[in-house]
Design a protein around this ligand. Structure first.
Ligand code: NI
Length: 400
């Protein structure tokens, strides 16, 4: 039998109607990356209602930085939720489904925001449980994939005055059972880099392919040739993925096109492998193209950093979670996932950890980013308690 949950979870359970109303409001009106104006207003109104101080930015950046003061001199902990939705048309038929065609909180960021507000309310009600201040980071543009929202937040001074000692975040996880929280030290998520390859051939009649390089055939060889990098140059115990996601070229069955464009993604969890993968891709693509007489242009776009959880900070946060939930509600994650997450940028600045909030149920078959993705609302209770308990756990650690 499972141990009874701790005080944060019990109190969060009583807050469920409020947690639900926040979540429903966010979910109904999703906004895409860097367009989170209405979402920001909702966060501001919620913090106003709770009597929690915050600041916003007048230069178009949609972040909201809440602040819970403490004069006890302990570590400053930053808690983070992402705010943006995805260009997905919702198919859940939930009563609070997205009212915007082609936009949906399909990655659970509505849940993340409601949980951060929930944790804020819990901590605000119990300042005696805090050893230091807590910053609340409502961060836009996580899904944007390039500059993202974490970097601009840091550039806006989110981690200064007072300086942040630890950072904590979480993401809903369908592969972790509802009511449990997953944790891992070291690499948790991949660097999501991106490439674009333009193959130039000679346009002409498909009956006379010998008159010039055929861009279609060269592109096809590149698609299969790239997989040898993963299967033969990369160390098999070091996770990596290369996927070609789009391939465009040609207009008619008997015409050879002048150009074929491939785009794809490269996922790595080791900095050295990340560097080498780009070199390998460039070398392999050039050699395939050269061997068939085609010209090729390769553009490579680095994405978010590898997300690496600090070992000592993870221990502190997990100790806090264990006191709250009991060890049997915690799940040690064995392998990193190959998704990307710009929380990694916060972890490059200060130690901290990123948790996986369980939303898995027998009836939950949809994955993140699916038009059917709809986590159970009881995750709001566990997620609020996890952030509150994790923050208190981290504050048992040293100031930097
Ligand atoms: Ni997400």
């Amino acid at each position: 039998m499972k141990r009874a949950v701790g005080p944060w979870t019990k109190e969060a359970g009583l807050l469920l109607p409020t947690l639900r109303s926040w979540r429903v409001a966010f979910h109904r009106e999703p906004e895409l990356s860097n367009a989170e104006a209405r979402t920001r207003e909702k966060v501001m109104h919620a913090l106003d209602d709770l009597g929690i101080a915050y600041r916003t930015y007048s230069d178009g950046f949609h972040g909201v930085l809440g602040f819970l003061p403490s004069d006890r001199g302990g570590p400053v902990v930053a808690l983070r939720a992402d705010m943006d939705a995805l260009p997905v048309t919702e198919a859940t038929h939930a009563p609070f489904s997205s009212r915007s065609e082609g936009k949906m909180h399909a990655c659970g960021h509505d849940v993340h925001m409601a949980c951060l507000l929930g944790a804020a309310e819990l901590l605000h009600r119990h300042p005696e449980r805090l050893r230091g201040p807590v910053k609340l980071l409502f961060q836009p543009a996580e899904e944007e994939g390039g500059r993202g929202g974490a970097l601009p937040f840091l550039e806006h001074g989110a981690f200064e005055r007072p300086g942040v000692d630890f950072v904590l975040g979480q993401h809903v996880a369908p592969d972790v059972p509802l009511g449990r929280v997953g944790w891992k030290k070291g690499p948790l998520m991949a660097a999501p880099d991106r490439f674009e390859i333009r193959v130039r051939g000679t346009p002409g009649h498909a009956s006379t392919p010998h008159q010039g390089p055929d861009a279609i055939l060269v592109a096809a060889e590149i698609v299969t040739g790239l997989q040898a990098l993963v299967s033969r140059l990369r160390n098999p115990v070091d996770p990596a993925v290369v996927s070609v996601g789009t391939i465009h070229g040609g207009t008619r069955h008997n015409v050879l096109p002048e150009e074929v464009v491939l785009t794809g993604t490269v996922r790595t969890v080791n900095a050295r492998t990340r560097e080498r993968m780009e070199q390998w891709i460039r070398r392999r693509v050039r050699s395939i193209a050269a061997s068939l007489g085609a010209r090729v242009q390769i553009r490579y776009f680095p994405g978010y950093p590898i997300l690496v959880n600090d070992a000592a900070a993870t221990d502190l946060a997990v100790a806090g979670l264990e006191r709250e939930f009991g060890a049997d509600r915690l799940v040690a994650i064995e392998q990193p996932g190959m998704g990307g997450e710009d929380f990694a940028r916060f972890l490059e600045r200060v130690p901290g950890t990123f948790l996986r909030l369980g939303v898995g149920t027998p009836s939950m078959t949809a994955s993140l980013h699916s038009p059917y993705f709809l986590p159970d609302e009881s995750a709001l209770v566990y997620g609020s308690a996890a952030l509150a308990a994790g923050a208190v756990g981290l504050q048992a650690g040293p100031r930097r």
